[in-house]
Design a protein around this ligand. Structure first.
Ligand SMILES: *Cc1c(COP(=O)(O)O)cnc(C)c1O
Length: 512
């Protein structure tokens, strides 16, 4: 609620704070914060410029009229943004149940390593002999990724999952061109992450759906029936977005290869199978790995992604430049200037330089601190945690694929069985009052009113039990039709917003 300049609101005349309001609008340590435009003034500033010197330095570029932005003193500015930041939710505050996102704890060790001057302060244009250590990190991480996936090579430079998809699909395109074939269709299952069809279309392919079977997996017979000389390949997410392992992937790969196509695997969910399954053994030709999901590098608002792409022997010759190679005990870059001898068939470049160095150091720190046995345990624990959530909620929330066997790293529920007029959105909003970020809602599209929950391996049983308790209580309220749930959240700084209106008619200008 907006305060006027003095923080006083007319309704307070009646006697100040009662049980539900306070003079300030604050609720104990949850501080209400007006907009900068409401509390700042064009007359106030936290810095004291010598206007003549500034103007002299800027010359003709100096501003001729005041810009009219509100200012605050330094301490008020710091408080404003700190208060706003406290209205946020973060992985360091509590469990993040988002499915299809893998919001992992970011170990502090990773951060320490990434900030070491030898990694943080190097520049991609430095002479190669001065950055041998950084190249060694890229090379060692690349070897881990190739070993863990059982693939032939890896392109390290793509900067996110979707960017990695583009890299893999461009490799497929280049391989087809080298064979002199013009195959236009990429088959993508209904349950695919939205980036898959988007990538295929962006790379110039025509996207065709493959249906899912009743179990929530790719319908093998339907896929085989569609293969032919116009099909460039398939893009399959494994484990898929219903949280299920695609058991037929080897049969799918064999059929696609026999028909002359390539297999792209979306490996964003690799954290569910790392150390247990090698996609190379399943006939995969290209797969991106989200370092920011599987290997614990910051994610979402927290930092840039990184999406290295592992490649089969068939696609490796087309991988992008530049990349690090090892000669004896020295590392060097293969770039356009020297690619002719070493890597003549590359499709080109994905990024200006070598990729996300900060993510590489974090991912390698995570891998080395876990070791091979630790990584195997990561996937086991992630799967056990998701199954614990699934089995402790399936009596209250409809779990459409609970009968398809254990889930992988995420548990999927639908809105079936809620009271008339109650929806997935009400459950998500109720979770905010309980102090949790909501789970992923309305995705995947194959399930009505989907709720997708991924706890990750880092959450303890005690944390899961509290989350399950909160969700059970909200699910019961939604089944019993508790009207208060329809207007949740009640304890958040802002109550239920009209998100559709906000998206369709955003108000982007402050008019005081
Ligand atoms: C997160 C995710 C992606 C996209 O990764 P970005 O790094 O966000 O581009 C693709 N596929 C699946 C299954 C994902 O979970």
């Amino acid at each position: 609620m907006a305060l006027n300049q003095s923080g006083w609101r007319p309704e307070m005349n009646a006697g100040g704070a009662d049980d539900s309001t306070t003079f300030t609008g604050n609720r104990a340590l949850m501080l209400e914060e007006p907009l900068l435009f409401e509390i700042g003034s064009t007359e106030t500033t936290g810095v004291d410029f010598d206007e003549d010197t500034a103007a002299a330095d800027l010359g003709p570029l100096a501003r001729s009229a005041p810009i009219g932005l509100p200012g605050l003193s330094e301490s008020e500015t710091v408080r404003h943004y700190t208060r706003l930041s406290r209205q946020n939710y973060a992985i360091d505050l509590g469990l993040f149940p988002l499915g299809s996102c893998t919001m992992k704890h970011n170990p502090r060790l990773n951060e320490k390593v990434a900030r070491m001057p030898g990694f943080a302060d190097v520049h991609p244009l430095q002479p190669q002999e001065t950055v041998q250590g950084a190249y060694a990190v890229i090379h060692e991480l690349a070897e881990w990724l190739v070993t863990l996936t059982g693939m032939h090579a890896v392109a390290m430079s793509p900067k996110a999952g979707a960017h990695g998809e583009l890299c893999g699909v461009l490799c497929i395109k280049a391989a087809l061109a080298a064979r002199g074939e013009d195959r236009r269709v990429l088959l993508v299952p209904e349950s695919a992450h939205g980036t898959n069809p988007a990538t295929a279309a962006f790379a110039g392919f025509t996207v065709e759906d493959i249906p899912a079977n009743a179990e929530g997996r790719v319908d093998l017979a339907a896929l085989e029936a569609r293969l032919g000389p116009d099909v460039a390949g398939v893009m399959i997410t494994n484990p898929n977005t219903c949280g299920l392992f695609e058991r037929d992937l080897k049969a799918i790969s064999d059929a696609v290869h026999a028909a002359g196509g390539y297999v792209y695997c979306d490996g964003a969910n690799f954290n569910a199978i790392v150390g247990r399954v090698r996609p190379g053994d399943l006939g995969v030709d290209a797969m991106h790995i989200n370092l920011h999901k599987t290997f614990s590098t910051p994610h979402g608002g927290g930092g840039p992604g990184s999406g290295p792409v592992v490649l089969s022997a068939a696609l490796a010759p087309f991988a992008p430049l530049p990349f690090v190679t090892k000669d004896g005990d020295r590392f060097r870059l293969i770039e356009e200037e020297n690619a002719d001898e070493a890597h003549p068939d590359s499709f080109g470049r994905m990024t200006a330089f070598h990729g996300q160095m900060g993510m590489f150091t974090r991912a390698l720190a995570y891998i080395l601190s876990h070791g091979a046995d630790g990584l195997k345990q990561v996937s086991e624990d992630a799967v056990i945690n998701a199954n614990y959530v699934l089995r402790n909620l399936q009596d209250l929330l409809d779990a459409p694929f609970a009968a398809s066997g254990p889930c992988m790293h995420e548990a999927l529920f639908s809105d079936k069985g809620l009271a008339e007029g109650f929806s997935t959105l009400d459950i998500a909003k109720g979770l905010i009052d309980e102090g949790y970020h909501p789970m992923t809602v309305y995705f995947p599209l194959v399930v009505h009113g989907a709720m997708l929950i991924e706890p990750t391996e880092t959450e303890s049983k005690a944390v899961l039990d509290q989350f399950i308790g909160a969700l059970r209580s909200i699910a019961l309220r939604a089944k019993n039709g508790d009207p208060a749930l329809k207007s949740a959240p009640h304890f958040a700084p802002r109550a239920r917003l009209d998100e559709t209106l906000a998206a369709r008619k955003p108000v982007l200008r402050w008019e005081g």
